[in-house]
Write a protein that binds this ligand. Structure first.
Ligand SMILES: Cc1cc2nc3c(=O)[nH]c(=O)nc-3n(C[C@H](O)[C@H](O)[C@H](O)COP(=O)(O)O)c2cc1C
Length: 207
């Protein structure tokens, strides 16, 4: 930032709290591409928040297969989209301001990479950075059944404070559509960032 601009900001007492909040969102090749798409749509209801999106090659496959959507379609829902190979993009650094990161859906390959610090693409690096900066990281990790390898990776991440939030079916809130199920998952994900979405049913507050 040029010095003059910096001075002006200081004289107007504009601190970092006036900056938009950023959520890093990664979509990977696990089933459930719709979850990532719907998360990005929900985030549009929070004007103070930006979404910084990375889509893996695997996610491009599932997006086409499950949602009939292209990478460009989904990019239009985000504030900024990065190439997963762009290891030099903002989210690759701890100095990039972000409130945290969500990987939705999260494949077992990406879970394994994060659990082992194998940061060879922007998704893995951004997650690695999120952990090292001690910011919230949520993995909507999806596979069934889960092997001991998958469980071990998830356990070591959970022990580091990473939120492992598999998109499991729930029935207690009386869902009648897929959208109802998706809402519950997204409500739980965004709860980590204190973001309340309409239609999220909380236990004890159900009609
Ligand atoms: C239709 C389809 C569904 C898939 N579903 C899953 C899944 O639910 N969980 C998973 O771990 N991998 C799943 N995979 C495999 C991953 O896409 C694959 O391991 C990929 O290499 C993950 O890479 P990424 O994490 O970089 O996207 C699926 C693949 C396809 C084509």
């Amino acid at each position: 930032m040029p010095e003059a601009q910096h001075k002006l900001r200081r004289s107007l007492a504009l601190g970092p709290t006036n900056n938009p909040k950023r959520l890093i969102v990664a979509m990977t090749g696990a089933s459930g591409a719709l979850l990532g798409v719907e998360l990005l749509k929900e985030m549009k209801n929070f004007p103070r928040w930006e979404t910084h999106l990375v889509i893996s090659k695997g996610a491009e496959h599932t997006l086409a297969l499950e949602c009939n959507l292209t990478r460009n379609d989904v990019s239009s829902l985000a504030t900024q989209t990065y190439n997963a190979a762009d290891i030099g993009a903002g989210p690759a650094s701890g100095t990039f301001r972000a409130e945290g990161m969500v990987v939705i859906p999260c494949s077992m390959k990406t879970t394994a990479g994060i659990a082992n610090g194998f940061a060879d693409n922007l998704i893995l690096r951004a997650a690695d950075v999120t952990i090292k900066q001690r910011r919230p990281l949520v993995l909507v990790a999806r596979e069934a059944p889960l092997s001991p390898i998958h469980l071990q990776n998830m356990l070591s991440l959970a022990r580091l404070g990473v939120t492992i939030l598999p998109p499991v079916l729930t029935f207690y809130h009386g869902p009648s559509t897929i959208d109802d199920m998706v809402k519950l998952i997204l409500g739980k994900v965004l709860d980590v960032f204190n973001l309340e979405i309409p239609g999220f049913k909380r236990w004890g507050e159900l009609e």
